[in-house]
Write a protein that binds this ligand. Structure first.
Ligand code: ADP
Length: 344
């Protein structure tokens, strides 16, 4: 909004005064002037009637024209808004409203209406993007399962081939199952239909337990861990946090180069507990960082089949639910650091 427009903006009350005051002052001046002239020059024949007529016209001006002007300027925009709201209710999210007047309250209502329609339109876009992403993610493993199942039906294939195709079918089935699990989990988190179970436990032990569970993967890749974990008692959502650490650790392993190093630290700061995981992997570009928490977003395509882009969306949602914060700093080709802070 330009400064010029801002300056011209006035409240509805001031606007009514702006119309009424000149009307009343004008009326008083004209009546006073007429009376003054009549007193000064006497009352010729018919002057009284003329004067009464004049006063009536002036009163009409105040009684009818002013309220009409006020109503016109205030009600017309509201009628426009009402029409737009009806369109919106019918599902037309592209409805546009525009207010060019100067009444501050109306300007604010129109601005809020515009913001609301924009928000609704973006939610709608997200929703349809979500549906098309889900369909796409389902389609890929389903097509694979169909293809390999068809190949297995062929009696002439070798046993080794049959075994390989069966493996691939199993891989795709697991992918589908993890996809469904992840979508369900995210939906429950978003709708807050799962209540976090609050326990008191040792955070460092939870992290070590996850490291052990994922050992076969990082061992195969020759990854080395550098651990700096303080012994920290924590009261909070144990299952939720399990998910957070597990996602961040498995990502750090997944996006590290073979024989890479990952540093894990857990510290008690003044008013919070801080978990940090740093890898020397492929890193994330600035552009990708902006979308990293979006559902199904995968910045890097060579590991596409190992995940579904829902992990960080879940992590972000969980951290948000437990009123913590998560930050990422990353340099492409150098590595990434994810920091999660939990309130005490
Ligand atoms: P995915 O299941 O694909 O790993 P996530 O939601 O966990 O999905 O992560 C989203 C994307 O963020 C990943 O596809 C990857 O491109 C990027 N990413 C996440 N963690 C890291 C990391 N430690 N290093 C580099 N890229 C990462």
């Amino acid at each position: 909004m330009s400064e010029k427009l801002m300056k011209r903006e006035i409240s509805a009350f001031a606007y009514c005064l702006k119309i009424l005051v000149p009307c009343i002052l004008g009326t008083i001046l004209l009546m006073g002037g007429t009376i003054f002239v009549l007193i000064k020059f006497g009352f010729p024949d018919g002057a009284m009637e003329a004067n009464i007529g004049f006063v009536l016209i002036l009163l009409l001006n105040i009684e009818i024209v002013c309220p009409f002007l006020i109503v016109y300027k205030l009600i017309r925009p509201l009628q426009q808004l009402n029409k737009a709201a009806k369109e919106l209710a019918k599902g037309n999210l592209n409805v546009k409203v525009d207010y060019t007047g100067q009444i501050a309250e109306l300007k604010m209502i129109f601005l809020n209406f515009q913001t609301m329609t924009k928000e609704l339109a973006s939610i709608e876009t997200l929703r349809s993007d979500f549906v098309s992403n889900v369909s796409h993610e389902f389609k890929t493993p389903l097509t694979a399962i169909e293809g390999y199942a068809t190949l297995i039906q062929n009696q002439d294939i070798l046993d080794s081939e049959r075994e390989e195709y069966t493996e691939r079918i199993l891989f795709s089935t697991k992918r589908l199952s993890s996809l469904v699990e992840n979508i369900l989990m995210l939906s429950k988190l978003e709708n807050q239909t799962i209540k976090p179970e609050i326990n008191t436990y040792r955070l460092d032990e939870q992290i070590l337990q996850i490291l052990l569970q994922q050992e076969s993967v990082w061992n195969d890749k020759g990854i080395e861990f550098d651990l700096d974990l303080d012994e920290i008692d924590y009261t909070g959502a144990e299952h939720f946090l399990y998910h957070v650490w597990s996602n961040l650790i498995s990502n750090a392993v997944k996006y590290s180069h073979p024989k890479g190093k990952i540093r894990l630290s857990l510290k008690q700061d003044a008013h919070q507990k801080r978990f940090q995981i740093t890898d020397q992997g492929i890193g994330i570009s600035e552009e990708n960082l902006r979308h990293i928490f979006e559902k199904f977003y995968q910045a890097e395509t060579s590991h596409k089949s190992e995940g579904n882009g829902l992990g960080l969306a879940q992590v972000n949602k969980i951290v948000d639910l437990i009123e913590g914060t998560i930050t990422i700093s990353s340099v492409e080709g150098v590595g990434s650091t994810f920091t999660v802070s939990l309130p005490d």
